[in-house]
Design a protein around this ligand. Structure first.
Ligand code: HEM
Length: 542
């Protein structure tokens, strides 16, 4: 029997013996309250707070001398407040104000009953993300509630997850597939430019809000690749896309929130934040929506695999998916592919509105490489060296997943940065802290795309952002890194080049911040709080 259970049995038998009637009940409750307080305090004093204290208590303190350092937070809830709001900034501040520099390498803290470690060091991040012990993810109640444990992002590491990744890598994310879908992106880019042009012409002073166009364009793009559905951006929003957009927004909200029951399981029956009931209403809507599309595909009776739904339907043997699994996989692709791209493009455009000198340099490059007589194509991307540097600099300053979106879970006892990390611990990388660390980057808070421009042939090659250098790995690294990164990079590079080739993006107002508010809000991705507004001036006559 675990020492904790023994302790509680002792308390209860003590309480039961307490006093005679009528004081027995009062005594019983009093002993339990005192016992709860004493146990909570005993757990709380350990480095890292109550969840870590409970772990060491159960091990009778063996090895506590080598415990990972970290804040205690509060009894019972631990450092739960650190994870609310802008968690990446709060965690970075906790490390910066720590007594020991060791916290930067690995810091332990408790979120209720969840043991967590976080690193703000690129070398430890590499060690952690590459380790097979961290190939799983902690599954939140909302992820289960929304079926995501059957999709790539939250499926446990194993045969099913490997099969899904293989299918997605071959049929959706391979270089050949990414190139094949370039024509879709070009059609949507043109629609976006036309829609923005007419909005700017109709608006007072040509000021438009970019977000609505970017979100609809991203949604149409994934709908085309995943479901084979095509929409017109200038047309009023169809019922189908409006329904899907509202489901994605609800899903984002649910998955992005800090759900207390994930960390204090005794709260779960009360569903205080309505997570379970909201998931229960969302899932039938998603299932109905995706099943209808799957049925449409089945009815077409074509053998050609035009989109990802066709691909999933054509699988056979061990790879064949049940309808329920197919719904989960398709829904995740729509869900993951929509907002991330729009969020990143909005940050890029915001920086370019704010830094007009950088925008002028990008315009110069576009004029040199593309010229005014034709539209940008995806094959221009390789020659738009300065624009690539701008995108990297924005990913550094505003990584859409500052804590790499979804954490990892230790599936076995493991050593990280020389510390023992027990199985069942949640592990996070604070990518935002790394990309803002003055010991890693010069002038980390300055917007300087030049830092990514390869100046001479003897300088090391381009800075890789796909996970091999953890100083900037916005798509994660290792087995569970983002499978959609090439698609995302291609889409973002091409659409940003098009939007800049077609328009001058001018500040909506004067003043030092030029009407651009860079405040951020952390949902599932880290977004701009206030949607970007810009005055668009067309640059090309055609
Ligand atoms: C700017 C765009 C994007 C960013 C910054 C981004 C970032 C990330 C990050 C940080 C992770 C976690 C990586 C880790 O744990 O090491 C991730 C996972 C994932 N991303 Fe992306 N992503 C983007 C676009 C996309 C797109 C377009 C898709 C698909 C259409 C996608 C699908 C996924 C999936 C399925 C996972 C889970 C992978 C797994 O657990 O095996 N992402 N992404």
């Amino acid at each position: 029997m675990e020492s904790q259970e023994c302790g509680w049995l002792l308390y209860i038998s003590l309480a039961a013996k307490c006093g005679g009637e009528p004081y027995r009940v009062v005594g019983f409750v009093a002993v339990l309250v005192v016992a709860f307080a004493v146990t909570s305090l005993a757990h709380w004093v350990a480095p890292g707070g109550p969840a870590w204290g409970r772990y060491w208590w159960n091990r009778k303190g063996v090895g506590i001398g080598h415990a990972i350092p970290g804040p205690r937070g509060f009894p019972v809830v631990g450092s739960m407040p650190l994870m609310a709001g802008l968690a990446h900034r709060k965690l970075a501040a906790a490390v910066a104000t720590a007594r020991s520099p060791a916290w930067r390498r690995l810091m332990a803290f408790s979120v209720g009953e969840t043991r967590v470690v976080v690193t703000s060091d690129p070398d430890v991040a590499r060690e952690l993300l590459a380790s097979p012990a961290f190939a799983d993810r902690p599954v939140k109640e909302s992820a289960y509630g929304m079926l995501f444990h059957r999709a790539i992002g939250f499926a446990p590491y194993g045969t099913y997850w490997r099969a899904l990744r293989r299918v997605a890598s071959t049929h959706l994310f391979s270089p050949r597939q990414v190139a094949a879908s370039a024509a879709h992106r070009a059609v949507i880019a043109r629609q976006m430019v036309d829609a923005m042009k007419s909005a700017a012409a109709g608006a007072g002073g040509g000021v438009v809000q970019a977000r609505q166009f970017l979100k609809r364009a991203s949604l149409h793009n994934v709908m085309w690749s995943v479901f084979g559905r095509k929409y017109e951006l200038a047309a009023p929003e169809s019922e189908e896309t409006a329904e899907l957009r509202s489901m994605v927004e609800e899903g984002y909200d649910l998955l992005g929130q800090l759900n207390w029951s994930d960390h204090l399981p005794w709260l779960a029956p009360f569903d205080l934040q309505k997570t379970r009931s909201r998931c229960s209403s969302l899932v039938p809507r998603v299932t109905r929506f995706v099943t209808r599309i799957i049925d449409d595909h089945r009815a077409r009776l074509t053998l050609a695999a035009d989109d990802f739904t066709d691909v999933l339907l054509s699988l056979h043997g061990n790879d064949k998916l049940s309808d329920a699994d197919m719904v989960a996989v398709l829904w995740e692709m729509i869900f993951r592919g929509t907002d991330t791209v729009a969020v990143l493009i909005e940050w890029i455009m915001a920086r370019l509105v704010l830094h007009q000198d950088v925008q002028a340099r990008v315009h110069g490059e576009l004029d040199r490489v593309v010229g005014p007589d034709r539209a940008v194509t995806e094959s221009d991307a390789a020659n738009l060296v300065y624009l690539q540097a701008v995108i990297k600099e924005v990913l550094r300053l505003h990584p859409p997943g500052p804590l790499l979106s979804w954490a990892r879970l230790a599936t076995s006892d493991v050593h990280v940065a020389g510390f023992f990390v027990p199985s069942g611990t949640t592990a996070m990388v604070n990518m935002w802290a790394i990309t803002h660390d003055p010991t890693v980057w010069d002038d980390p808070t300055e917007f300087k795309p030049e830092r990514f421009v390869v100046r001479s042939p003897d300088q090391a090659t381009e800075f890789p952002i796909t996970g091999s250098d953890l100083r900037l790995a916005p798509f994660g690294s290792g087995r569970r890194s983002c499978p959609g990164k090439s698609l995302a990079i291609a889409t973002v590079g091409f659409w940003v080049a098009t939007l800049l080739h077609e328009f001058e993006w001018l500040p909506p107002s004067d003043g030092p911040r030029r009407g651009v508010d860079l405040s951020e809000v952390l949902k599932l991705s880290c977004e701009m709080t206030a949607p970007l507004e810009a005055r668009l001036r067309p640059r090309r006559a055609v």
